[in-house]
Design a protein around this ligand. Sequence first.
Ligand code: ITT
Length: 191
Amino acid sequence: MKNLYLASRNNGKIEEYKKLLSKVNCQLLLQPETLEVEEDGLTFRDNAIKKASEVSRKTNNFSIADDSGICIEALGGKPGIYSSRYAENDKKRIERVLKELHGVKNRSAFFVANICVCAPNGEVVIESEAKCYGNVILKPRGNGGFGYDPIFEESSTRLTFAEMNNVIKDSCSHRGKALKKIIPDLLQIFY
Ligand code: ITT
């Protein structure tokens, strides 16, 4: 069985990938503690490639990374690629977004996930991107998930990501949809 390093330090993402990759015949390993990747790209794609290729090269194994975030229309697409850096923790990030949207009628937003898989030499072998549309609600709802989940109400279900169980979130989320598209490619490498 081939190894696949998950190039992420985000526990919320890690839990999602453990389930999303359960049908792929790989040994899922976590990014080495000592490996720090600077996210200085200007697009989700740049950052996803950077994370996956550095982890692949340093571990000499396949790796998978995503760069993701929430883009809010009334904020001109912010926080976007800066979603994880918008404040020091999830609670403060949510507070900042709700404050910036105070009194704003247009609450449209979407999540993006750009996934990149690299070969042991750091070469990009699979890429995928997907979005999930919804609205930023007025106050948090639900106890599950991570990040901005409690304030993002997904359009088709009218549930926040934090109100969904894993199966529902994976079926409609940016990450779930981006990963689903590349399952056949992953199965060609990991068999
Ligand atoms: P890694 O780079 O180590 O994977 P990170 O948290 O820094 O962790 P990103 O740079 O891709 O990852 O930032 C993504 C941020 O966007 C994340 O920290 C959350 O704040 C937010 N985010 C992404 N996907 C999300 C989801 O499904 N639910 C809630 N928030 C999400």
